[in-house]
Design a protein around this ligand. Structure first.
Ligand SMILES: [Zn+2]
Length: 141
């Protein structure tokens, strides 16, 4: 369907797609498993013919944690002891799991009942020019 040349199955390609606001995974045509972040070789059947697929962006929260002391990029965004954020593992409807920022929840009031919450993908752009990057996030749908 796409006329673009296939990008290598690397974190750099994945991040490039994020910057284009696309959630792309690697799908194994042999066993139909989908991987996030993408992989060049299928861990299940060792197939090497993986293909990029754009995921629906829908999933559910599988696990999460509130982070009070984050990495410097998050501190630069204003997150700290008084303003925590939530990081979680999202299981997409394609069955792939990935770590992402979770938006729309109160990090100060973490609740185990959030597990299973339906989520939709959202792309958070930060920085400008050469330092511009896009963070993968999900929010409650
Ligand atoms: Zn496979």
């Amino acid at each position: 369907m796409s006329e673009q040349p296939t990008r290598p199955f690397t974190a750099a390609s994945f991040n490039q797609y994020l910057a284009e606001h696309k959630l792309m995974g690697a799908c194994c045509p042999a066993c139909h498993a989908t991987y996030l972040p993408p992989r060049a070789i299928c861990p299940q059947c060792h197939g090497e013919a993986l293909e990029w697929v754009e995921l629906s962006g829908r999933g559910k929260l599988a696990a999460f944690t509130s982070i009070y002391v984050g990495p410097s990029a998050m501190v630069a965004e204003g997150y700290d002891r008084n303003n925590p954020y939530v990081s979680g593992i999202v299981e997409t409807e394609e069955g792939a799991k990935i770590s992402a920022r979770i938006l729309g929840v109160d990090a100060k009031q973490p609740d185990v009942a959030w597990i299973g919450t339906p989520l939709v993908v959202t792309f958070v752009d930060r920085g400008e020019g050469d330092t511009k990057s896009t963070v993968l996030a999900f929010s409650a749908s």
